[in-house]
Write a protein that binds this ligand. Sequence first.
Ligand SMILES: Nc1ncnc2c1ncn2[C@@H]1O[C@H](COP(=O)(O)OP(=O)(O)OP(=O)(O)O)[C@@H](O)[C@H]1O
Ligand SMILES: [Mg+2]
Length: 375
Amino acid sequence: MAFYSIFCCVKGSDGKNQTKKQSTWRVFSLKELHSATNNFNYDNKLGEGGFGSVYWGQLWDGSQIAVKRLKVWSNKAEMEFAVEVEVLARVRHKNLLSLRGYCAEGQERLIVYDYMPNLSLLSHLHGQHSAECRLDWNRRMKIAIGSAEGIAYLHHHATPHIIHRDVKASNVLLDSDFQARVADFGFAKFIPDGATHVTTRVKGTLGYLAPEYAMLGKASESCDVYSFGILLLELASGKKPIEKLSATTKRMITDWALHLACEKKFSELADPKLKGEYVEEELKRVVFVAIICAQNRPEKRPTMLEVVELLKGDSEEKFIAIENDEIFKNTRPADYKDGLSAGEDSSDFISDEKEVKQEVEIVKEPNEEIEKVEV
Ligand SMILES: Nc1ncnc2c1ncn2[C@@H]1O[C@H](COP(=O)(O)OP(=O)(O)OP(=O)(O)O)[C@@H](O)[C@H]1O
Ligand SMILES: [Mg+2]
């Protein structure tokens, strides 16, 4: 398998042979991971994603790890493992979750990461930590800028460039200092030099998928930009990407936010958990940038480098241009009438019956097992 050859080149950082110059990851034995996770005890389980379960563990030196134990009975998982390991082994950035090692013994395929004590952004926005309200506005801004920097690094500085393909709140982990670490490169594929996009089978999570990607399978950096826009809206508002309003009606976060942004009702856009404590200029910036990122026309979306600049407030001219964009002139702009987010009549709501019928290869509801669904 591809990853063996990669590891052969850089192996040797294990135990006594370790030297400072060598890679910081190593190969773990299954025995060591069994003992670190108390035999993959249910109590150690941090959660479950599309490709397996994640367990908390502690190594003999006291350091805490997160071990992703892949379901290996499908060839697909086998391939994802190779891809993820290859990508992670190469990429290092302060806002990307680094690989600590891996284990491939018998049927077992495991990836070892640093444990992130503040878990995922998802757990703070909608999960087990949401009641604690630990995400004040400063932290949210830091997470927005940090995760943008991590993705910008993948798009513009990693060699070859990398599309993440599954940017979402559960894949933004938070370290002890609430610094964002973008995780899970299992979906990432290398973009060949000179290619503008790679047509491939759709992988991602419902609610974050760019419409051209969901419908035509065209993966490009701008698909990540779209997903990042959804993530920004989620971060600012505390709302989920798709809200279920009734048994048959769902609302996309973009439709809801655009409507309020056009009417300049920023206080209604802010997460009520912030209790009005936010910097209005920054909130406005986040919302405008998010909507520009999550528009249906990929050619109009900014690059992640521009997103970083805009979020930091380093590009006043570009921000003024965004504020004056057509999209914010009407409450029902054309850009949000077509695509995945709305039915024919462009209401703020979409009903199940009106959703575009287009088969997507693999789509996951946030935090749910992979399933084949129609959107
Ligand atoms: N290094 C880590 N430290 C702390 N928690 C982690 C770590 N890695 C993953 N988790 C948490 O474990 C849970 C499962 O993660 P996993 O990546 O398997 O699923 P997911 O992110 O929900 O979906 P996907 O399979 O699409 O990535 C998530 O809640 C995630 O935030
Ligand atoms: Mg994940």
